[in-house]
Unconditional design. Structure first.
Length: 315
């Protein structure tokens, strides 16, 4: 790789890898994985911030020392402030819906903490909240992953001593409505530890299980992918994602995020999963055909131990 001079961030049909590092996360390095070039810059809007999630060119940013939140447009550098959340909220999962018009004020920002959904639109003075409640007969439930799909938030629930199930959350005016989608045929997580992802891929809903093992569960053993068959409401395991490539982020303090795109460039490996690890500056690639895992150094100039890596799509 080589350093290029600063230039505007341009759209491309696959994600940019954004690496934030430095004492106060003051440096941003953008890596183009297609031509193996990177460029470093200082964006004051991202200083001391973590990326919660992204949609199109918009990022949801959280201050590392407070609960201050904002939206940042990577191409125009426009910043839109969001209401603050209480410091006790964990922000396990973050969702940013695509605006129905060209105005970012039409989108919704959502955080999920346990079984509580916090949501707002830019311009709101505070977050609304809605608790996800179903009769569990005393059993423990948690939400490991969620994603936007067909204009709704799809989220997976895992219930102790019960089946995994799929639900939807839909914005209706200023409220949030839950609907049970069913589908109970997902395999129950067993050792080694499983990390779950939901992602939209070419009009389909995919469920991905990342299998971890070794000391501190930092070794990636492999992946399983399931496609939702909406006609039967069943998950179907697949070994081919039809030329797609999936990019998985592992941000600090949040559940994991996923992006899917069609690999048009020959340098982007099809039917593969690109993923990153915490406190690690390497890009890892899992091949769905032979189940091999390879790695490459994302950028030699970034910190080895204090870097935050995120995949961001700018269509």
């Amino acid at each position: 790789m080589e350093v290029t001079n600063f230039s505007p961030i341009i759209p491309q049909p696959y994600p940019w890898l954004i690496i934030c590092d430095g004492k106060d996360q003051e440096r941003q390095t953008l890596v183009n994985i297609s031509d193996n070039h990177f460029k470093s810059m200082t964006m004051p809007e991202m200083r001391n911030k973590s990326i919660c999630t992204s949609t199109k060119e918009w990022l949801v940013l959280k201050d590392l020392d407070s609960m201050d939140l904002c939206l940042l447009n990577l191409t125009s550098k426009e910043v839109v402030q969001l209401p603050r959340l209480e410091s006790t909220i964990r922000m396990d999962i973050c969702i940013l819906s695509s605006p129905e018009s060209e105005s970012i004020h039409d989108c919704h920002v959502m955080f999920i903490d346990g079984l509580t959904f916090y949501f707002c639109q830019p311009g709101d003075k505070k977050f609304s909240e809605r608790v996800f409640e179903f009769d569990l007969e005393g059993r423990l439930m948690w939400i490991p992953t969620a994603t936007m799909f067909r204009g709704k938030v799809y989220f997976l629930t895992i219930i102790s001593e019960g089946p995994n199930e799929l639900f939807t959350a839909e914005f209706v005016n200023s409220s949030l409505h839950f609907t049970k989608f069913t589908s109970k045929n997902l395999p129950v997580p067993l050792p080694p530890e499983i990390v779950d992802y939901l992602v939209e891929s070419r009009g389909e809903l995919l469920f991905i299980q990342k299998m971890r093992g070794g000391w501190n569960f930092n070794k990636i053993l492999g992946f399983s992918i399931f496609r939702m068959d909406f006609s039967s409401q069943m998950w179907v395991q697949v070994n081919n994602i039809r030329g797609q490539t999936i990019f998985l982020s592992q941000p600090y303090g949040l559940k994991h995020k996923a992006i899917s795109c069609f690999a048009r460039e020959k340098e982007i490996r099809k039917n593969s999963i690109y993923f990153t690890k915490c406190s690690d500056r390497y890009i890892y690639i899992f091949d769905l055909e032979d189940h091999s895992i390879s790695k490459s150094l994302s950028c030699p100039i970034v910190s080895k131990h204090n870097s935050r890596l995120d995949w961001v799509m700018i269509p």
